[in-house]
Design a protein around this ligand. Structure first.
Ligand SMILES: NC(=O)c1ccc[n+]([C@@H]2O[C@H](COP(=O)([O-])OP(=O)(O)OC[C@H]3O[C@@H](n4cnc5c(N)ncnc54)[C@H](O)[C@@H]3O)[C@@H](O)[C@H]2O)c1
Length: 346
């Protein structure tokens, strides 16, 4: 079987999760891993995410096989010449590492959000096209069976016309320390912008967004964005970083689609409850659950799909790059609308 040679850059909380998925894939060989922080390679390294990602079993074992370890991405690319560079560094570093990967002729997987401004997203698209490499972005909800089923129902079964979309996504304030390190229009709302564009098969005409901050950090911790879509329907996207710590999974979301005929609702409510005398637990079953020692769920679906696309040297039919650039364009408009306190016409 042909194997795709992969290097991972960024071996923090989510880079380790990617590695756990690749470890079980027969058509992948992880040949190198790079992180600027050498402590990331220690199995004893603690991460802030451990405190708010509940019930997530992580592979903190040392890297197995002949994987080479680096602290400099360019050195890794020069020495190992991977087919694909998987970018799992903090959001605002995606741009620099992506351009390096393109320079060395690699296909890329970039974790979401692709970038933290529209100009950088366009730059990556332009440079990738020039060099003839493919860029795949980790908008994981496109690979979540709940949303895949809903998209199919909307497109093929009911042929409904969407009238209104409501997307809610809330986290504990502790997680703002990590994912509030960039504007949540990108780190959080990128999911809901993607769902809105994908499910409605529409473009955004205008954005009016509002935000405030109770945590007094650089970026806001409450956001509401109202999007006018080209077909005349409306979408409201809401995001707060103030939910209580005992919330199942440590975060919550819901999506409601109102059409001319139907209403569709997806909520991440617990499927399995585990009550004991001291604790209540709700194992997460959709994103990256570990079942029989292997990572399953949306992340696995996503990475398997992108690996297959890279082996076939094709763009992803599930998420073409131009659609990701559109997500970042809308996120940028949300940030602008908040900062300028005005409606942004796209
Ligand atoms: N799809 C999802 O739902 C989802 C979930 C979690 C994280 N993410 C995304 O994954 C990415 C990583 O998130 P995380 O939670 O692992 O963050 P993290 O802070 O735990 O890990 C990032 C790692 O990158 C390393 N790093 C920073 N700059 C580097 C550089 N120039 N070269 C090499 N290494 C570098 C850091 O030392 C750190 O170990 C982010 O873009 C995040 O938004 C996506």
């Amino acid at each position: 079987m042909e194997k795709l040679k992969i290097c991972i850059v960024g071996f923090g909380w989510f880079g380790k999760m990617h590695y756990s998925v690749y470890k079980d894939m027969k058509n992948v060989e992880v040949i190198g891993v790079c992180d600027t922080n050498e402590n990331s390679f220690s199995s004893k390294q603690k991460s802030l995410q451990d405190e708010f990602h509940k019930d997530v079993s992580q592979d903190k074992d040392s890297l197995s096989g002949n994987i080479k370890i680096y602290t400099d991405v360019e050195k890794m690319l020069k020495e190992l010449k991977p087919d694909l560079l998987d970018i799992v560094v903090p959001e605002d570093v995606h741009i620099d590492v992506a351009l390096k990967g393109i320079e060395y002729g690699c296909d890329l997987i970039i974790e979401k959000p692709m970038t933290v401004n529209y100009k950088d997203a366009q730059k990556i698209e332009m440079e990738a096209n020039k060099k003839g490499v493919h860029v795949y972005v980790g908008q994981v909800l496109r690979f979540d069976d709940r949303y895949r089923a809903l998209e199919e129902m909307l497109q093929n079964t009911t042929k409904d016309e969407i009238r209104h979309i409501t997307m809610e996504r809330n986290f504990q304030s502790k997680s703002h320390l990590v994912y509030g390190r960039v504007h949540p229009a990108y780190s959080c709302l990128a999911h809901d912008i993607d769902l809105t564009l994908w499910l409605s098969k529409n473009k955004v005409k205008s954005v009016s967004a509002f935000a405030n901050s109770f945590l007094n950090r650089t970026y806001p911790d409450n956001i509401v964005a109202v999007l006018e879509l080209e077909n005349g329907s409306l979408a409201t996207l809401q995001n707060s970083w103030h939910i209580a710590q005992k919330c199942p999974y440590g975060f919550e979301f819901s999506s409601k689609i109102i059409t001319n005929k139907d209403v569709f609702v997806i909520k991440n409510e617990p499927v399995i409850h585990n009550w004991s005398n001291d604790t209540v637990d709700y194992p997460e079953l959709f994103f990256w659950p570990k079942i029989n020692g292997k990572v399953k769920g949306a992340l696995k679906n996503e990475l398997e799909h992108y690996v297959q696309c890279a082996l076939e040297k094709i763009e992803s039919p599930i998420l073409p790059l131009s659609e990701v650039v559109e997500i970042i364009k809308v996120a940028n408009a949300i940030e602008d609308s908040i900062n300028k306190k005005e409606k942004i016409i796209l």
